[in-house]
Each structure stands twice: as structure tokens, then as C-alpha cells.
Design a protein around this ligand. Structure first.
Ligand code: PMP
Length: 419
């Protein structure tokens, strides 16, 4: 038994599926203490879109640290925060014609979701929130109440005025989910009161890589407008270029009322969480939603460098090329293994759904076999039946290819041993 198993809480999770001691990492490769190399198709659960220890970002962080600049700044005005805001507006918001105020939240994604839910309720003076079946929004009590996985709420955590609506997935794909929400809102006997906001992901990542159709996202926006409900996009995992454009909702040409960003916004894996708010909705009183760690200066510095890097390397085009590669690989090499295997994805987030072929146990075996063969790949979705491909956006094509061939090898190995 190692010190982790002996001393770290039972709640630990990723380490159980990837039982090695990691030591060093560069780009898309992680090295363990024993020197074993792993290709990383997990990318810090989306926090490492620019790869591990990206040199461009690293240099900026090192020189910032070296200059004795402010490291912790509460929410004071600092040079690093000023540069971050200037760059975020000039590079992202202004060219996209997006008019938002920026709220710096506590350090992790869930803090941004908490702020969004609290602000929406304050604005609309209604307690209700609609979230979606399959949605994942974090583990603090507010965001947890909007996370659909019942297991995560076991033991008495309530859904605190959150109602779960159907997402266009599985049986619901052929069901008019927007029509259903419409009828809930219009029927005085639906039993469900009008919410302050609808919280959604354009791609349910933890929910099993379920990509909402463009028309669905547009209808959702339209429904919110007609019913005076705020639309909050949780772009924590699939924002920051994961699907190609900086924001995942751009493909639907809609503008949410609020957007939550985290994970890769700092560029280097540093904790940072932002809530973007339409200016007329920014009705916070000064200090009404505060927190000690809302000014991670290294995250600001990394965030500026990351946006520069994104532009210099034409990362949006890179994602298109790699999306094409991933889709072709899955269609040509994985789907033919069995007609019941389903693939889904967009940009550089893809899932291989084994719910109708081998289920959770096969998915677990394949992911474990990948790990043996030197690839880190996670499972998501209902009962963890979906193998999730989430490499850094910066991964070299040859490494992406090697990682994919490991997945195929793991499939074939596992199927051979099943017989
Ligand atoms: N929303 C989404 C869509 C996420 O993927 C996650 C993290 N997996 C969160 C919220 C919560 O973020 P954090 O773990 O940083 O609190």
C-alpha cells in the first residue's frame, strides 16, 4: 500500500484509474517516476488545452515570478489583471461583438457556476433553475444541485429548486425536448414554476460527449427570450477553443446571457474561473459575492500568453485538422469493430459509446488496457460507458495517431480475451 492509499481520502478518483506516480510532463506526454511515458488523452479534464508546460506560456510565467510582481492580489487592481482584461477583450470578446462584463470568481469552475445561479436568482427574483439530464456543473452545493448524476448527491444533498429537463440524447433524441420545456412553462398545471435561468452545456462532456444540435441551441435561446428566462452557458470544459472557436456556442450563432469559463482559461493549468455577464444584468452590489482567491495573478499572466499563443499558432485551424483526423479514425477503425458502437463528438472532444456493446465493463477494461499500453483515457457518461478522447489541442498529429492506434489495439486485445 502506498502513502496515497494509506493516507489520502477514499474520495480520490482519477488516480484509481491511472495508478502510477506522475513526475514530469511536456506537451501531450506525461512521465511517471519510473520513467514510463503516457500519451495524455485527458488533458487535465480540459484544463490543459495548450499541453503540459507549454514553453511559450511558461516563459511568461517564469519571468513574472522572477520579477517579484504581485502573486496574490485579492480582487485589487493589478497590472496582471489589467493585461488579462485588455487581452481578453481585444482578442476574444470585441472581435466577436460580445458585450460582457467579467466577474472574477473563486478559483475553480464550480465557483463560476455558483455565482451565475446566485445572480440569476437575484435578477429574476425566482428560486428555480432548469438544468439538463446528463448535465455536469460542479460539486459545491449550488452547482451540485444542478448536476444530474444522482450518485454525486447521495446522502441528502437536495436539488434546491433545480428541475432537470430532457437533453437531446438517447430516447430523447427523437423527442421534441424544447416543445416539452415549452409545455412545462405554458401549462398552469405543470406543477413546475418558471425558473430564473436555464443552465446548459452545448456539449455534455461528463454526460457522455453529447453534442446538442445547432437548431436545438437556437430554439433554447429563443424559448428563454419568449419566457423571460436567462440562458447560462457552462463553457467550462468545451470553451477555450475545445470545439474550434473560442466559445462553444459560436457554432449556433447565439449569445447567452451569462457564460462560465474555467479550466483552460489560464493556459497553464492554474485555477481560474470567470463569469461573463451581459452588462445590464450586472446588478451585483459591491462585495456581494466575494472570495479570497479571485486574483490568481499567475493565472492572469498565463491567460494572456495563452491567448497570444492561440493566435500565433492558429489553434482554431489546428483543431479543424485534428477533428477531421479523429472523426476519420473513429469511423474507419472503431465503428467497424461492431455496429453497436456509437461515436459522438466535435472539435477535439470525442466519445466512443459502448452502452450497447460491452457496456461499462468493456469500457473499463479498454481504458485500463490503454493505460497499460501508455495512454491515459477517461470514461464518462451514464455508468461510465463512454471512452472520452480529450487530448491537448496542441498535440502533434503523430502523437494523436499513436494514441488512437493504442485505443484500437486495446479494443482488439480486450475483445480477443472476451472470446
Ligand atoms: N462544469 C463543467 C461543464 C465541467 O466539465 C466541470 C468540471 N469537470 C465543472 C463545471 C466544474 O469545474 P471544477 O471541477 O473546476 O469545479
Amino acid at each position: 500500500m502506498n502513502i496515497f492509499e494509506e493516507k489520502e481520502s477514499n474520495v480520490r478518483s482519477y488516480c484509481r484509474n491511472f495508478p502510477d506516480i506522475f513526475h514530469r510532463a511536456k506537451g501531450s506526454i506525461i512521465y511517471s517516476e519510473s520513467g514510463k511515458e503516457y500519451i495524455d488523452f485527458l488533458a487535465g479534464a480540459g484544463a490543459l488545452n495548450y499541453g503540459h508546460n507549454n514553453d511559450y506560456i511558461k516563459q511568461r510565467v517564469i519571468s513574472y515570478l522572477d520579477s517579484d510582481a504581485i502573486a496574490h492580489g485579492l480582487d485589487m487592481y493589478t497590472s496582471a489583471k489589467k493585461e488579462f482584461l485588455e487581452k481578453f477583450f481585444s482578442s476574444v470578446l470585441t472581435p466577436k461583438n460580445l458585450d460582457y462584463k467579467v466577474q472574477f470568481c473563486g478559483p475553480t469552475g464550480t465557483n463560476g457556476v455558483e455565482a451565475a445561479l446566485k445572480l440569476a436568482r437575484k435578477i429574476k427574483k425566482r428560486p428555480g433553475i432548469f438544468s439538463f439530464m446528463g448535465g455536469y456543473h460542479g460539486m459545491t452545493l449550488g452547482s451540485l444541485s444542478a448536476t444530474s448524476n444522482i450518485k454525486m448527491r447521495s446522502g441528502g444533498v437536495t436539488t434546491n429548486n433545480v428541475t432537470f429537463m430532457p437533453y437531446p440524447y438517447g430516447f430523447m433524441e427523437s423527442f421534441d425536448t424544447i416543445g416539452f420545456i415549452e409545455s412545462v412553462l405554458s401549462d398552469v398545471n405543470s406543477g413546475i414554476e418558471k425558473p430564473a435561468a436555464i443552465l446548459f452545456e452545448t456539449v455534455q462532456a461528463e454526460g457522455g460527449i453529447v453534442v446538442a444540435p445547432v437548431e436545438w441551441i437556437q430554439q433554447l435561446r429563443n424559448l428563454c427570450d419568449r419566457h423571460d428566462i436567462l440562458l447560462i452557458c457552462d463553457d467550462i470544459q468545451v470553451g477555450c477553443g475545445r470545439t474550434g472557436p473560442f466559445f462553444s456556442f459560436e457554432r449556433a450563432n447565439i449569445v447567452p446571457d451569462m457564460v462560465v469559463l474555467s479550466k483552460s482559461i489560464s493556459g497553464y493549468g492554474f485555477p481560474m474561473s470567470l463569469l461573463l455577464i451581459k452588462p445590464e444584468l450586472d446588478i451585483w452590489e459591491p462585495g456581494e459575492h466575494t472570495g479570497t482567491f479571485r486574483g490568481n495573478q499567475l493565472a492572469f499572466v498565463g491567460g494572456v500568453a495563452a491567448l497570444e499563443y492561440r493566435e500565433n499558432c492558429h489553434l482554431e485551424n489546428e483543431v479543424k485538422v485534428k477533428e477531421f483526423f479523429l472523426q476519420n479514425f473513429l469511423v474507419q477503425e472503431i465503428v467497424p469493430i461492431n455496429e453497436n458502437i456509437k461515436i459522438r463528438g466535435i472539435g477535439m472532444i470525442w466519445g466512443i459509446d459502448l452502452v450497447n456493446f460491452g457496456g461499462a465493463s468493456l469500457a473499463k477494461k479498454i481504458a485500463a488496457c490503454c493505460f497499460e499500453l501508455g495512454l491515459i483515457v477517461e470514461r464518462v457518461g451514464r455508468n461510465d460507458t463512454v471512452i472520452k478522447i480529450l487530448p491537448p489541442l496542441t498535440i502533434e498529429l503523430s502523437t494523436l495517431q499513436t494514441g488512437c492506434s493504442i485505443i484500437k489495439e486495446a479494443f482488439l486485445d480486450c475483445l480477443l480475451h472476451l472470446k
